[in-house]
Design a protein around this ligand. Sequence first.
Ligand SMILES: [Fe+2]
Length: 216
Amino acid sequence: MAECQAKALDKEKEKDKRFRIHNCLMNKYELPPLPYSYDALEPHIDAKTMEIHYTKHHQTYTNNLNASLEKCPQDVQNKDIIEILSDIGSVPSDLKSAINFNGGGFDNHRIFWNNLTPNGGGEPQGSIAEAINSSFGSFSAFKEKFTASTVGIQGSGWGWLVFDPKSSKVDYKSMPNQTSPRTENLIPLLGLMFGNMLIISNIRIKDPTMSMLGGI
Ligand SMILES: [Fe+2]
């Protein structure tokens, strides 16, 4: 499990480097490609909601992250966003809030798109199933915990299934607004935002956990 997470983290870092190398002169992040079409998740999420969420909201976090990074010292700019969020204390105090919000928004949403799949469903298998069973007792107990705690978030925030490198276990963690679990040295695995997404347009969530829980 830990090895698997380390590989996933390396992959994400590698992806960040590519964005940054590709745009080295501007040193900017790009909106990551959506891994499916806007209508691929209907009827759970309609195409218009997907389009607005991706092209407006995620793009805005990306733009604002770049704008905030431009004001940061070189040593912060030289790190990828995962490293920055994991060491948010290294960001100058007047920029910390902007980097936390926009960097978190950028990273959270790219995880979110990849958590969802039009071909999801069913229960997880293998090491992730074992980790969930070990921490929550069963997959249905995890779904219950994830759903109840996430819809109970006050204001806007995210519910997360996280991996804690210290205990080598998975756990549930809710975070306010766009603050990343990485700021608490937790690795985000599966996230669901609560609050802002519900007012984008006519999103139809019949089951707040949606089908994505089968697509871990
Ligand atoms: Fe969002």
